[in-house]
Ligand binder design. Structure first.
Ligand SMILES: Nc1ncnc2c1ncn2[C@@H]1O[C@H](COP(=O)(O)OP(=O)(O)OP(=O)(O)O)[C@@H](O)[C@H]1O
Ligand SMILES: [Mg+2]
Length: 332
């Protein structure tokens, strides 16, 4: 019986017995699948790293992954403190300016935002990912390659990818490359208020182009962006190509302190995400609260079978009792 079938049968048993969450083990992680009492359709609730909207209650936090040894200590820079980079990008790499005020006003993580609940949420989210990022991954799947995906469109992949990248960029010991791998419907540059540029797809089709020709440095010293680039109908094949394998391995190993975040398409609507997942050391699947059905989550997890280090984020959560007290207890 597969992990998904086991989870499904345990959910049925739990539903008859009591409204308790069902915990299943998947690659050494605990995943909690819980019927949502108030939703019309059952919703999978998965506890691991999570995110809440800044305006609403913060969902509860539980880290499920076993601690893994990590070579470099991770420290969080205080908001507003400059973050010196350890590995400067090549001088010729083009530079763009992120409008940090606009980003802050749009509710995104920035160093100038002060201590917001969103910033705290992403501190919790990034911690287990960073711990895993510098431990040894499976062959061909370095753990510092982290893909953000979801079952369906609009669940918050791009939002999570950008905020996670900004949050990791505030670390003293890490640099971040944010890759827009949603090559059919790229939105990282648009969300950041930047015009479309050449990027990942262009490197894969033109062997004269190098990563440094299209990678963008930003005014956040520790953050670079690789745009999706020129759209092509051969995207899935290009992402599955040996050129892509070489590229991701080069990206993963060029700087030892670098974390690479891939914003990606939804798993259930495209084949690109499944192909991308095959290169990744860690996967973060965003689950939209009150919207994503258990069926969709189970189907998406099925697509990820064979991937290690699958984490889930319960996004856009509302009204979880007792959370304010927890927040006050830690930071009040
Ligand atoms: N936790 C959150 N708090 C506030 N707004 C959010 C949150 N998560 C997502 N959003 C908003 O929801 C909308 C959809 O999010 P986003 O574009 O990140 O989804 P997506 O999964 O990347 O969608 P697509 O599949 O179309 O690429 C955006 O307007 C985004 O700003
Ligand atoms: Mg998106």
């Amino acid at each position: 019986m597969s992990i998904i079938e086991k989870a499904a049968s345990r959910i049925d048993q739990a539903r008859e017995a009591a409204p308790a969450p069902v915990v299943v083990e998947h690659d050494g992680q605990k995943i909690v699948l819980e019927p949502q009492a108030q939703a019309a359709a059952p919703v999978a609730r998965v506890e691991a790293p999570h995110v809440a909207t800044p305006a609403v209650a913060t969902p509860r936090v539980e880290a499920h992954r076993a601690e893994a040894p990590r070579p470099a200590a991770t420290r969080v820079a205080a908001p507003g403190v400059a973050t010196p980079r350890k590995t400067a990008p090549k001088p010729g790499v083009p530079k763009v300016d992120l409008d940090l005020v606009r980003m802050r006003d749009a509710g995104m993580v920035t160093a100038a935002s002060g201590r917001t609940s969103l910033l705290e949420d992403f501190r919790v989210i990034k911690r287990p990912l960073l711990k895993q990022a510098f431990s040894e991954g499976s062959p061909g799947r370095p753990n510092n390659l982290i893909m953000i995906t979801s079952s369906l469109p609009g669940e918050g992949k791009t939002y999570t990818a950008i905020n996670l990248a900004m949050s990791i960029a505030m670390e003293l010991d890490h640099t971040v490359l944010l890759v827009d791998a949603d090559v059919a419907r790229p939105s990282v540059l648009r969300t950041l208020g930047l015009p479309a540029q050449r990027g990942l797809m262009d490197i894969l089709v033109d062997d004269k182009l190098d990563l440094s020709d299209v990678m963008l440095r930003t005014n956040v010293d520790t953050l670079s962006i690789l745009p999706a680039g020129t759209s092509t109908p051969r995207a899935t094949e290009l992402l599955a190509s040996s050129t892509m394998s070489s590229l991701v391995n080069e990206i993963a190993s060029r700087y030892p302190d670098r974390v690479i975040i891939f914003d990606s398409p939804p798993l259930l609507l495209t084949s690109e995400s499944r192909v991308l997942a095959s290169h990744m050391g860690q996967i973060v699947m965003v689950v939209e609260a009150q919207a994503t059905t258990q069926h969709a989550v189970k189907e998406a997890l099925r697509q990820l079978e064979g991937c290690s280090n699958v984490n889930l984020i319960y996004n856009k959560a509302r009204d979880i009792p007792g959370i304010e007290e927890t927040y006050d207890y830690h930071y009040g």
